[in-house]
Design a protein around this ligand. Structure first.
Ligand code: ATP
Length: 338
């Protein structure tokens, strides 16, 4: 495709059940271990990319506001990569709108860079299938590679391939099949929608460099992933939930042991965790996971989501509670290659 010079894409955030926490290669965005996530049907990001041959440089609008500093640079670096792959030179105008709070541990960078990868590839005429787009999105934000696919997806760390360009070719996400009877929901407890004090990137870097618990968690995460795949294939929600919760708590333990400590969980997060325990004592399958922020996501059976949401609203009245279901992969909604 020549590239029409203009494209719009939509992508949804994904929440990891087996976490991505720590890179083995910063430049190529290669993770220390595989991760596995669920793409959601809420909080889409819509991103338009329009080539601007006359412009002096890339312009980035985030939520209608001109981005400057690191947020602009991160997008411009990504466009530079797309231009290199496409053999193009023109700058572009990027207009992106998140419907999720940005930088709050609700995966705005995942939906953001998945949508940007799809829209930029189309605008610059870079022929790319979902696997190639997943690999590309990874360079913008690691977790973005998983939002190329709907439902459950696994990001391969490609440790066998070593590093650099060889691993770049094979470190991407792939859909993960689950038993047909496994119908899940993710109840999102937004206790604080403000941006985090420490970015995910900085927190990961500090954890990898200083936490004595980091390596043991990576080793346990490898086992968690194998067991998670089996639990998904078997449609065993309790096993999926148990593995999800222990993997997240272990990740937060690595951060708490970093020097200085990185602590994302707030008092209201712990209140939500108590409510999840109480739900389990009442016999409901409800299991929590938390990312780089205070918000808590509760995995449960789709049929019990409204019950779980009601209990969490009551336990954490100041939070806003959103029920999400498995959602679709990133896709082009206007422009070339539709
Ligand atoms: P995650 O849960 O994946 O860590 P997050 O939103 O909680 O995501 P960060 O990883 O710190 O937080 O990433 C937030 C940064 O991602 C923003 O500061 C901005 O630079 C970038 N970003 C977010 N949304 C977009 C978007 N739609 N387009 C381009 N860049 C974005």
């Amino acid at each position: 495709a020549a590239g029409s010079g203009c494209a719009v894409a939509v992508a949804h955030p994904n929440i990891a059940l087996i976490k991505y926490w720590g890179k083995r290669d910063e430049e190529w965005v290669l993770p220390a271990a595989d991760s596995l996530s669920l793409t959601l049907d809420v909080f889409p990001t819509t991103t338009g990319v329009r080539l601007a041959p006359q412009a002096a440089g890339d312009r980035v609008l985030l939520g209608g506001q001109e981005a400057t500093g690191p947020a602009q640079a991160r997008v411009a670096d990504f466009l530079h990569l797309v231009r290199e792959l496409a053999g193009r030179r023109e700058p572009a105008v990027v207009d992106s709108r998140n419907t999720v709070p940005t930088g709050a541990g609700l995966a705005s960078s995942a939906s953001g860079f998945a949508a940007l990868a799809v829209a930029a590839a189309a605008a610059y005429g870079l022929a790319a299938d979902p696997a190639a787009l997943s690999r590309l999105a990874r360079r913008g934000s690691g977790s973005a590679c998983r939002s190329l696919f709907g439902g459950f997806a696994q990001w391969h760390a490609a440790l066998d391939a070593g590093g650099g360009a060889a691993a770049d070719r094979v470190s991407l996400a792939e859909p993960v099949p689950a038993a047909a009877g496994l119908e899940v929901a993710l109840v999102i407890v937004v206790v604080n929608a403000g941006p985090k004090a420490v970015s995910s990137r900085a927190a990961m870097r500090r954890t990898v460099a200083t936490s004595p618990l980091y390596r043991p968690w990576v080793a346990s995460s490898v086992q968690d992933l194998t067991q998670m795949r089996a639990a998904l294939a078997a449609g065993d929600l309790n096993a999926v939930g148990e593995i999800t919760e222990r993997n997240a708590l272990g990740m937060h333990a690595t951060m708490l042991a970093a020097r200085p400590a990185v602590r994302y969980l707030a008092p209201a997060s712990l209140t939500a965790l108590d409510a999840v325990l109480a739900l389990r004592e009442r016999g409901l399958a409800a299991y929590a996971t938390m990312d780089a922020g205070p918000n808590v996501k509760v995995l449960c059976a789709a049929g019990q989501a409204s019950q779980v949401a009601a209990a969490l609203r009551e336990a954490v009245p100041q939070a806003s509670v959103v029920v999400a279901r498995p959602g679709p992969g990133a896709r082009l909604v206007a422009g070339d290659g539709r």
